[in-house]
Design a protein. Sequence first.
Lengths: 552, 355
Amino acid sequence: MTKNGTDKKSGGFLLEARGICKSYGALRANDGVDLRVRAGGRHALIGENGAGKSTLVNILYGAVQADAGSLKWRGESVRINSPQAARKLGVGIIFQHFALFESMSVAENIRLGLRRETENAEMLRLSEKYGLRIDPAKCVGDLSVGEKQRVEILRSLLQEPRLLILDEPTSVLTPAESRALFVLLRRLADEGRGILFISHKLREVEELCEEATVLRGGRTVFHGLLAETTRKELIRKMIGAPPPPPPSEMEGGKPDNPSPIFDGGGNPESKKQINSPPIFDRGENPESKKQINPPPIFDGGGGGGDAILCVKDLHLQNAEGGMTLRVPQLQLKKGVITGVAGIAGNGQDELLNALSGETITPPGSVLFCGEPAGGWGVARRCAAGILTVPTERRGRATVGEMSLAENALLGRAGAGGLRRRGFIFPQQLREEAAGIISRFDVAAAGADAAADSLSGGNLQKYIVGRALMQKPAVLIAANPTWGVDVRAAAFVRREIMRLREGGGAVLVISEDLDELFELCDEIAVINCGALSLARPRANVGAEDVGRQMTVS
Amino acid sequence: MKALHFIPRPPEQKAGAQKWAALAAVFLALGLGALVLKAAGASPPAVYKVFFVDPFSSAYTLAEIANKTVTLSLIALALAAGFRANIWNIGAEGQFTAGAIAASFVAVWLLEESGRWAVFAVLAGGVCGGMAWAAAPAFLRAKVGVNEILTSLMLVYVSLLLLSYVVHGPLKDPEGFNFPQSPLFGESSLVPSLLEEYPLYATILVLPPALLASHYFVSRSWAGFQMRVIGLAPRAGDYAGFSRARPVWISFLLTGAFAGFVGAAEVAGTAGQLTPVISPGYGFTAIIVAFLGRLHPLGIVAAGMLMAMIQIGGENGQIDLALPVSVSGVFQGLILFSLLAADFLVHYQIRRRGD
C-alpha cells in the first residue's frame, strides 16, 4: 500500500465524499452526506435504519449513482459507475447477507466471485497470512456463519482492496468470532487499508474504530474522533434526541437488566426527557396501557409461571441426515421469556419448526396446556395462539412482492374479520395493516407498500407487530432484532417484554447474547441440535453460555 | 476466450421490463418468422397479410377466430391460476379430450331427446370428464408427491388413445359406413350459434363471466391468495400454515373443468359429432397463451386472439399461398422461444466475462 503517496495528494484521505444526494421518488435517502475515510483508518458509519447508510454504501460501491455530490479517491475526483469500477479502484465490500453458493466449495465460490482463475495456493497463502483458517476445498454449505464471512473477506482481499466496507459484520457472529474479526480488521488497517465499519452496536464501534460519521435523515450530523465524544452524545446524534432508557426501566420490570447498548446512559437527565421521542410515550397512561395490553387469548391455568407450551423428550431426526434435534425438556411459562442461545445452524431452525408446527412431531412430545399438540399443524397452533416470528423476514414471514395489507393475512391466529366465506377484504386488510403501521411505528409508504420496499428494521417491526396485535398466548421469535437499528431493536424488545407483562409466554431464539441477557428470564443453550435445560438468568454467566455454545 | 455470463437484474429494473417482455417477444417472433418464411421461399408481407389483415375483411374468419379465442382463453385462464402457484398442469389437452369423450357419451345417449336442456347435460358431461381426467395427476401430486408435469402430460396420450378406441368402438355410428366417428348429435345437444350465417358459438357468452371470476379468484379469494403466496414464496405458505395439497386440487380441477367444458363445446359445436381428431392442440397452445398473456385475464384474451389468428392464418395461408400447414406450428414455437428469451432477459443481464 502506498500510504505515503496517498497522504501527499489528499491529506491522508483515501476516500472523500462531499454533498452526496440521492432521492428515490419523494424520499431523500441521502441529502448532502459528507464522509472522509483515511488510509489506514478504522472509520465507523453509524445511523438508524433509514438514515441513509445503505444508500451511501451502494453509491460508494457503484451499485447506485448519486444525484449530486462529488467523490474523491486518493485525492482525485472519480465517478464510480458500477461495482466493477469500484473494485478496480480498490473498494471491497462485505455485505451482511453473504453472496455465496452453498453447494459449491470455497475455492469455486471465490473463483466465481472474482471472475478469474485463482490458485488454491494463493488462497491458502492469504488465508494463512491473515489467520483466516479456511480450507478452499470445503463446501460452503458446511461452514459456520463466521467462516462464511471469512470466505467473503478472503475473496475481497484477493482483489487487494484499499478500502474495505463491512455492513453490519458482527450481527451474525458470536462474541469470540467478533473479537477475531476485530483483530483482523486492525491488522488490515495497519497495512494502510481504510476500514469502513457499519454497525448499530456502539460498544463494538468504540472497541474497533477511531473515527466515526453519524448519519441521520440522510445527512451527516457528526464527524469526528471517537476519543473526543461520548456514547451518549453519539446516541443523541443518531436519534436526534436523548437516548431512550432501556426497556426494563420503562416497564418497571427487572431493574438489574444489563443494557449493553445504553449502558453509558445512567444520567438522570436522560430519564426526565424520555417522553420526547414519540414511540416511548406509550404506556404512561394506565388506560392506554390496558388497551394495548389485554390478556392473551389463553387465560386458563393459575398464576404466572404456569407452563403453557411444554416440549418433552423430543427427538427429531432430520430427513436429510443433518442435525438431529434433541430436546429433553423445554417449558414456556406464562409471563416468562425463555431464551435459546446458540451459534446459527445448531438446530435453531429445527426447534422453531417443531414449535410452530411446520414440522409435525409425535403428539405427546409437545403439550399445549397439557394437551398433546405435537401433531397439530401450523394452522391449528396459530388458532390456539402460538405465533411465530421466524428469522427470515423476507420470503417466509412476509411475501416481498405483496403489499403490507396482503401480508397482514400471514401468520394469523384467526380470520380477524379480514376474510369471510372464502373471500378476503382489501379494505379491512388495509385498515389492519395501517393499524400495525401506526401502533408499531413502522416507517412505510402505507398499507399498499410492498413488503420488499421496507428496510429490514421496519419490516421486522411490522412482523412483530402483526403477531403482537393478536395477543398471542405463546410467541416464538427467532433473532427478533437481527440487523435492526438501535431504536427499532429497543422497541421490539420492549414490545416483547410487554407481552410478558401481559402474561404471554415467550421463546426468544437468538445469536445475540447481549439481547438474551437483556430480555430473558431463563436461558437455555442449543449446540449440535441438543437443547440444554433452561436456567434462570441470574444463575448463568455470559462466558458460561458462550462456552456451552461452542463445545463440540 | 471470453465467455458470457449472467447477472441477476435488480428488482426495480425487472418491474418495468416485465410489462414489455411479452410484446417484445411477439415482435421478435414475427421478425424471426419473416426470416423463416423468406428462407422457405414465401413472401413475408403476403403471409402476414393473410394472418393479420385479411381476417378483418371476412366476417366468417372473424367468427372462426372468436371461437378459437374463446376455447384457448378459457383453458388458459384456468391454467394461469395454477401457474401462479407453481403448479404445472401440462395436460390440458388430455382434459380437453376427456371432456369431449364424456360429452359425446352423453350426447349419444340423448340422441332422441328433444328438450333444450340436453346441451347443458352434454356440457356438464364434458366438465365432469375433464375434472375426472385432471383428478389423477392432482391425486398423485397431492398424496404421493409424483411430479405433475410428467403425469399430466402422459395422460394426454392416454386420452388420445382412449378417443381412438371410443370412435372405433363403443361410440361408432352403426350407420356410418364403418367410419371411425360417432353418430351426429341430436339438434338439442348442439351448442347454438349466435349468428344465422356464421358459426359464432354461444360458448363465447361464458368468457366475460369467466374473466371476472378469474380476476376475483386471484385477487379476492382466500384460496387464490394462498395460491399466490405459495407461488411467490413457498416458505411463506408453510409459515402461514397453508395446505400444499389444496392448491394442487383446486388448480387441476379448475383446469379440468374448463378444458372439459370447451372440449364438450368443440364436439357439440363445430363438429357435431366425435371424430378421431378433435383438437389442433388447444391444450398445449393454451399454455403459451397463459404465459404470453402474463397470466392476466385480459392479457390472456389478447394472447388467445393472437394465437387463434396464427392458427386460422396458417389454414388460410395453406389455401391462398400454398404454405405448408406447419407454418402455424413454427410461429407458435417462435413465439414461445422469444417469450422465454425475453423473460430470461427480464431477470438477467448478460455480461462478457472479464469486463
